[in-house]
Ligand binder design. Structure first.
Ligand SMILES: *Cc1c(COP(=O)(O)O)cnc(C)c1O
Length: 376
């Protein structure tokens, strides 16, 4: 069976996890958590990066820090994971779903401005498949209407937009280190805080509402409960697992990109014949090969393709059922304008096996079987 995903294991994990245990410090913000955070701050040129227990809780933190009030509105795509939406529901906001562009499956930046009302507070672009949204346009709309921007960069660790790391462009960026993502610690994530005014608040929110972080830096004499908070710190054991991968982040990235390019080259003939569509990487975007997807001509073809691949022991999977059509989506939000691409394009999309160090023979088999299916 060729799996859709196999989480990365690069070899040093046991050593680092042992070290964390021997340090007798396996709770949050230990040596490995600090190393991971500082590595990301340097590599991505980010003001502050704090590890969290998941990409979902990084989004929760961002949504809480936005200071939303009941009835405030948040603009986001409907073609995304439930976590993107849940965080803003937690913060009390109403969701306004905006259509996606068919080339990248990202929020259509040209449709955002019309969806803004006097209640709009936040825009949450999702960098689908690790390909950046059109951030210049989104940031200038946010500036014009005085909105905050939370980047859901769960899939976009190591991706860039016009030279800037995804996650470092909006007020907040949220990364995921779930085992299905490019870099993994089982469950985990990080919040990137780019707007300096939120750093202290974020530290307090993340540490049960206390100013413990300032205390450890010697900025205050004792620590106290100063505001609402929760616990979003990641265990240092998980951080030790992640550190092994961050150390070789480029190697992992290049390996995935090579797989992605192999797929792309092989399937270009199908695209040229108009049988399938392939992902588009707009100019100025450097992606991280988080995902390789194709779009079939319709839902029926996609289902037949998934079935055919499964019969050949290859797991290919579709993606999100658009949130606005889900029970919770109807309860917490509304779709703005016409759904031109969200439903139509998500119905046709299928993701192919993609993970670090995929075996060459397996990769070739996926390609061969795909060619065989579309020749029929
Ligand atoms: C994976 C993912 C999340 C959630 O991350 P977890 O670490 O699984 O909580 C949020 N948004 C998007 C777009 C994702 O792909």
């Amino acid at each position: 069976m060729i799996n859709f995903n196999i989480p990365p294991f690069v070899g040093k994990e046991f050593d680092y996890m042992r070290e964390a245990i021997e340090n007798r410090k396996i709770c949050g913000d230990g040596a490995f958590s600090k190393r991971c955070g500082e590595w990301m701050e340097q590599r991505f040129n980010a003001k502050k990066v704090l590890l969290t227990t998941s990409g979902s809780t990084a989004l929760d933190m961002a949504a809480i820090l936005c200071g939303l009030k009941p009835g405030d509105e948040v603009i986001l795509p409907s073609f995304t994971f439930s976590s993107t939406a849940n965080s803003f529901v937690l913060a009390g906001a109403n969701l306004v779903f905006v259509d996606i562009r068919p080339d990248t499956m990202n929020i259509d930046e040209t449709k955002i401005e019309a969806a803004i009302t006097e209640k709009t507070r936040v825009i949450c672009p999702v960098h689908y498949a690790g390909v950046a949204c059109e951030m210049d346009t989104i940031m200038s709309i946010a500036k014009k209407y005085n909105l905050l921007v939370v980047e859901d960069a769960a899939q976009a660790v190591m991706s860039t937009y016009k030279g800037k790391a995804c996650g470092t462009i909006g007020d907040f960026g949220c990364y995921s280190f779930h085992e299905t993502k490019n870099y993994s610690m089982g469950e985990g994530g990080a919040i990137v805080i780019n707007n300096g005014i939120f750093i202290e608040k974020a530290e307090i929110l993340r540490e049960k509402g206390t100013n413990r972080a300032q205390f450890f830096r010697g900025q205050v004499a004792k620590y106290n409960w100063v505001d609402f908070g929760d616990s979003y710190l990641q265990s240092d054991l998980n951080a030790a697992y992640l550190w092994a991968q961050l150390e070789i982040a480029d190697k992992i990235n290049n390996n995935r990109l090579a797989t992605w390019n192999t797929y792309y080259k092989a399937f270009k003939v199908l695209k040229d014949k108009g049988m399938i569509e392939l992902p588009v990487i707009p100019e100025g975007c450097v992606h991280n090969a988080h995902m390789f997807y194709i779009k079939c001509k319709d839902l029926e073809t996609r289902q037949a393709y998934i079935k055919f691949m499964k019969e050949n022991d290859i797991l290919c999977v579709f993606h999100y059922v658009p949130l606005h059509s889900a029970p919770a989506g109807k309860k917490f939000g509304r779709f703005f304008g016409k759904d031109e691409h969200t439903t139509y394009d998500s119905d046709r999309l299928v993701r192919l096996p993609m993970y670090y160090n995929i075996n060459k023979d397996d990769l070739q088999k996926v390609i061969n079987k795909t060619m065989e299916f579309f020749k029929k």
